[in-house]
Design a protein around this ligand. Structure first.
Ligand code: UDP
Length: 239
């Protein structure tokens, strides 16, 4: 018997008959600005499930432990049950989004080195930026875990940057979430998709046309579903 465990903005989590395995259902629903803007993107659930499946398998092959077990339907994935750390781990290669708003650095500036940021996963507070000291004080993760999260995020960035660049996409920035399995091991969790990455098409210089991710939805740029379909096609291509 499967029971709904949790419904988020983009996914629903169900139990399975095995306590160590959960089922993730990817929705077509899209939200932005802490759910103040709501909509739907045609086929997003299936597209993001397929992209996340491919990227989790790719990263596993590079030695990154993930929660991915199997894709069980076009919009469903079996994952290992983990205790999600209440942190959004953002890696940035190019200035965009909230980083531009916070620093004044011009959007599109290539950063001297990839920057890792932590945000406290808390909708009521609007997911604030946290320092490592905030993380320690609120006991969200141990110092060792924070070091591991940073290392894993930077390693994942190296693999994904190359993967996307081979497919004519620039990985501008992205958000990761991690969880602890029953033995306390850190696994990459949640999803990696155009909902959680900024991806710019290298085949065009048009500042609006090059955006291939959820910023098309956030900024009402149109052709949102078409951009997601194109990212899927490129991810699946052998490059
Ligand atoms: N991001 C995400 N979920 C969030 C916030 C951010 O997946 O709740 C992703 C976002 O798509 C981008 C990166 O994390 O790829 C950095 O986002 P940023 O901090 O710039 O915030 P935004 O401008 O998206 O509000």
């Amino acid at each position: 018997m499967s029971q709904k465990l949790y419904e988020g903005k983009a996914k629903i989590l169900y139990t399975t008959d095995k306590p160590e395995i959960l089922l993730t259902h990817f929705k077509d629903d899209a939200t932005a600005f802490n759910a103040q803007k709501k909509g739907q993107i045609t086929r997003k659930g299936e597209i993001n499930c397929a992209i996340a499946t491919h990227l989790f398998q790719f990263l596993e092959n590079q030695g990154i432990p993930t929660h991915f077990i199997a894709q069980t339907a076009p919009n469903q994935m079996e994952v290992a049950a983990v205790k999600i750390l209440p942190l959004e781990v953002v890696v940035r290669n190019i200035a965009a989004g909230s980083f531009v708003a916070r620093t004044g650095i011009t959007s599109g500036t290539v950063l001297k080195y990839p920057l890792v940021e932590f945000f406290y996963k808390n909708d009521d507070l609007g997911d604030p930026l946290f320092t490592e000291d905030h993380i320690q004080l609120l006991e969200l993760a141990t110092p060792t875990q924070v070091t591991q999260l940073k290392q894993m995020a930077l390693t994942i960035n190296q693999y994904l940057q190359q993967f996307f660049s081979d497919r004519h996409l620039t990985l501008v920035d992205f958000k990761l979430e991690f969880g602890l399995d029953s033995s306390g091991k850190i696994l990459l969790a949640d999803e990696i998709s155009p909902d959680t990455c900024r991806l710019w098409d290298t085949l065009t210089t048009d500042p609006k046309q090059k955006i291939m991710d959820k910023d098309r939805f956030r900024q009402d740029l149109g052709n949102v579903a078409a951009a997601y379909e194109e990212v899927l096609a490129r991810v699946m291509s052998q490059n």
